[in-house]
Design a protein around this ligand. Structure first.
Ligand code: BTN
Length: 233
């Protein structure tokens, strides 16, 4: 499908790590899918809960692609559109590339360079998990919570059917979609970047995907990495 070569495995530590270590053995657009990950990785060194068969855990190898920040935005748009097309759920995007539904996280995306000019785009979607571990049970949800026929293969197909377009569409159009779905604009958040930890108001998302925030002292900052934590009040 669109030149994507799908390779399915029952179990591995992490599809991103596997592709990173074996990229030289695989062609461009190889997609590694695992039923279970025993060491799923998230952004900023975090773990990603993926020992449950109910999730879609996949990594796409993009050889000769060297625009990680752009890819992060393109991937979020791709998954957002795919979930909507496959299941009719209209989700929201939390900067930088988490997909949320009903205020809870449904999907995380981790784009990493291989060191030889390629990028691995790792996508983890909670499709029909039922029992999340205590530490995330209040902040995570799965498609199956809202849809009767949540099916991993249907989602995989929808993601790959959209990805070709998401990778090649004019970035301005991708950015416009991303901004329209990103719910953090106008919200008060906690910003975690390196050792910095401060509260700020999200003003906008710049054309390159940077988050523009205003700190409590009135100064503005433009973030191209890091994390924001939503403040409920
Ligand atoms: C995040 O939420 O911080 C990003 C999570 C990315 C998870 C996916 S699952 C498939 C791929 N393999 C990994 O180890 N991580 C990504």
């Amino acid at each position: 499908m669109n030149g994507f070569i799908i390779k399915k495995y029952q179990k591995m530590a992490s599809t991103n790590t596997f592709l990173k270590e074996n990229a030289h053995n695989f062609s461009d657009r190889t997609v590694i899918v695992a039923d279970i990950q025993t060491g799923g990785r998230g952004r900023l060194g975090k773990t990603f809960h993926s020992e449950d068969k109910g999730g879609l855990y996949m990594s796409v190898l993009l050889k000769g692609y060297d625009a990680p920040q752009e890819l992060t935005v393109r991937a979020a748009v791709c998954v957002h559109r795919a979930i909507e097309k496959a299941f009719g759920l209209s989700c929201a995007v939390k900067w930088v590339n988490d997909i949320y539904y009903n205020g809870k996280k449904l999907c995380g995306i981790l784009c990493e360079r291989t060191g030889d000019g390629s990028i691995i785009c790792g996508i983890g979607v909670n499709v029909h998990e039922r029992d999340f571990p205590d530490e995330i049970k209040d902040i995570a949800c799965s498609i199956g919570d809202y849809v009767d026929d949540a099916d991993k293969d249907r989602l995989l197909e929808a993601i790959l059917a959209d990805m070709d377009k998401a990778l090649s569409d004019d970035f301005k159009e991708i950015m416009a979609y991303y901004k329209a779905k990103c719910f953090v604009i106008g919200m008060k958040v906690r910003v975690l970047v390196g050792l910095d930890d401060y509260e700020a108001l999200v003003l906008d998302i710049a054309d390159d995907g940077n988050l523009i925030v205003m700190k409590d002292d009135g100064t503005a900052a433009s973030l191209n990495s890091g994390e924001i934590v939503l403040k409920l009040k």
